[in-house]
Each structure stands twice: as C-alpha cells, then as structure tokens.
Design a protein around this ligand. Structure first.
Ligand SMILES: C[S@@+](CC[C@H](N)C(=O)[O-])C[C@H]1O[C@@H](n2cnc3c(N)ncnc32)[C@H](O)[C@@H]1O
Length: 345
C-alpha cells in the first residue's frame, strides 16, 4: 500500500501555556461559554479520548497509508502516555514529528527517550528572540516557565542527541503584524542554538478575535514581510527552511482575508486532522471542517487506519482557502527537506 498520508494529530487538549492567539482559544473564555460548534478546539479536556482508545487506533497505523504523524495538541509531551504512544507509532513504521512548547524536554529522561525512540523531528514553538515579547504572547499558566525554559529544553534535546542524526530539531515561529523582523531574528537564534530547521508561519486569527487588529497582518504589511522572507531565503543561516514557494504562499495569504480557490490541494488526499475527541477531518482548516457534511463526519475511536484512509480522492479542488491553509503546507510538502540531515551543513 502507498504510504503518503500525513496525519496532524492533536492528541490532547491540555497545555501548560496560555498562548493569547492559540487555535484552541482560552480556558477563561471557554469556562464562561463552552464551545459548542463542530470542530472547535478547546484546552478544556472534556471529551479527550481514553489512553486505551488512542493506543488501539495507533496500533492500526501499521500497514495503513499513514506515512507521517505530527503529534500536536494541546501539549503532547505533557501527557504521561506520550512516549509509549510514540513507540507504537514508530513500531508501525510511521515517521513521527512532535510539535511541542519545548518545556517538557527539560523533564528527566524525556529528551534521551526521544532520541532512543528515533523520533524524526521535534518542532519547538518560540515566537520571539526577545524573552519578554515571547512570554507576553506565550505565557505559562503558572507564571513559572517561559523563554529560558524553552531554550533550555532545546539545548537538552541537542545534547541528548549528541552525534546522532535524529531527531532533527526545529523552531516554529508565529509571525505577527508588529514584528516582521522576527522572521530573520529567529533564524539567527536558531543558528546560535544549533537547531536544524526553522519555519516561520503567519498568525491565523478569525476577524472577530480580540487580537485581530493588533496581531493579524493586513495587505499594508506585505512589503515588510516579503522583504524579511526574501532575506531569510537568501540567508537561512545554515538552517533548512521552507522552500521559496512556501514563503511566497505566506506573502500571498497575508494579503487577503478572502476565501480563495486552492487547486490540487492535498487536504483530504494526503493531509488529515484528528482532534483530541477523536474527530477525524479531511483537513485542519476551520472553513473546511465547518463545511463537512454530516455523512462525512468520522472518528478514529474504535476505527482502523487501514480502512479510514483507504477511500480518498486523488486531489481536492477546494474553495475554502483561509490563512490557516498556509500553515499546513510545510507539514506536507516541506517536511522531507526540513527533516533531511543533508539540508544543513
Ligand atoms: C497549537 S500548538 C500545539 C503544540 C504545542 N503545544 C506547541 O506549542 O507547539 C501548534 C502550533 O500552532 C501554532 N499556533 C497556535 N495558534 C495559532 C494561530 N492562531 N495562528 C498560527 N499559528 C498558531 C503554535 O504557535 C504552535 O507552533
């Protein structure tokens, strides 16, 4: 069977951080008004699948079309079952990439175990080279951890890796309107830390989000962002970065809020999204989820990856483009180069 599917798996809802712009919203808002709509994510873990249901599904990935699993959330490495699940995914022959806030990498033994398990990539989220700016946007709930702990987590992982080639270690940075310079500042920081890859991604906020005016780009911001992306493309500081076409897509996305048309998209053909409650969608884009007809709603709970991903169209012709989509491109198209040990000197 051809293995060409990437599964973005938001494993658990909870996270020790309270990022102000997070796709998962804020606990405070959701305590007052619990989200009811289909596909809406929340850090309140009311309906997260049991460990048993997660493991049962994971075991069915062996012999399925799923080539790569990107574990995200919430924070995947805060869940006690994470390392056991990663073992099952690796035994199933999947490439495993972990999207983490980086703080759990400081826990004794975690970094070493990720190396032993031959995890393919660890993408650590950090939004600014300036600790105060990062911690303002990505504050911890306890107020006790922040930028310094993320950097320490990256260093622990690089140290545990030693001369091994895996996991490849990367930085993921959400680029916001006031700070296009972070695009190149973060590449410099990544190079100083010794990471292997770096992905700047545009912030994606609904127009009614309270931070939309402050943080979301408008078409006026395009020239400054394009200049920074061009500088990154010309001088990636020895890091693997998304290729020039992804960088162009970044620029195109922030110049519009409108729905657009995406030809030959891989959502629903090569990219799927599983939520903590088990819901399985053709694509992580909120517009696409909202447009899913009832008879196409599915769950990984009690189901088998060998049949769930068997019937999929050759390509998707999608009219539901949103800024969200741009963040999906590196997960599918750029991942092989980001994880290649030859991409970096
Ligand atoms: C939701 S987090 C989950 C994994 C992990 N806890 C982490 O911090 O990376 C995955 C990635 O999505 C990014 N993200 C969250 N909300 C976003 C938004 N509104 N726009 C763009 N990226 C966002 C985060 O910064 C992070 O890089």
């Amino acid at each position: 069977m051809r293995r060409d599917v990437t599964l973005l798996w938001a494993l658990r809802s909870r996270c020790a951080l309270a990022c102000t712009y997070c796709y998962f919203g804020t606990i405070e808002e959701h305590k007052v008004s619990p989200p009811g709509q289909l596909g809406v994510l929340s850090h309140i873990s009311r309906n997260d699948l049991s460990a048993r249901a997660l493991m049962e599904f994971a075991r069915t990935l062996d012999g399925s079309p799923v080539e790569r699993v990107i574990l995200a959330g919430g924070e995947p490495l805060d869940w006690p079952g994470a390392l056991g699940l990663i073992q099952v995914l690796k035994d199933a022959g999947c490439e495993v990439v972990i999207a983490t806030n980086g703080i759990p990498l400081n826990r004794p033994g975690v970094a070493e175990r990720l190396v032993e398990l031959k995890v393919d990539g660890v993408s650590v989220s950090l939004d600014s080279a300036d600790p105060d700016t990062n911690d303002l946007r990505r504050p911890s709930r306890s107020g006790k951890t922040g930028h310094g702990d993320v950097v320490a987590g990256i260093r622990s992982l690089l140290q545990a890796r030693g001369t091994e080639l895996s996991p490849r270690v990367g930085l993921y940075t959400v680029v916001m309107r006031p700070a296009p310079h972070e695009i190149t500042d973060m590449a410099r920081l990544g190079a100083e830390l010794g990471v292997d890859y770096y992905v700047p991604q545009p912030i994606s906020l609904a127009p009614d989000h309270k931070l939309f005016d402050e943080l979301a780009h408008t078409s006026d911001d395009v020239p400054a962002v394009v200049q920074e992306l061009a500088r990154l493309d010309a001088e990636p500081h020895g890091l693997a970065v998304p290729d020039a076409s992804s960088l162009l897509r970044f620029a195109a996305a922030i110049s519009t809020q409108d729905s657009g048309h995406v030809k030959d998209c891989f959502g629903g053909a090569r990219l799927f999204f599983a939520q903590p409650d088990g819901s399985l969608w053709d694509c992580p884009s909120d517009r696409r989820i909202a447009a899913t007809p009832p008879d196409r709603r599915r769950t990984i709970a009690g189901d088998d990856a060998r049949s769930l991903f068997a019937d999929r169209p050759a390509c998707t012709d999608c009219s539901l483009f949103s800024r969200d989509c741009v963040n999906m491109w590196p997960l599918v198209l750029d991942m092989p180069r980001l994880l290649s040990s030859e991409a970096t000197p």
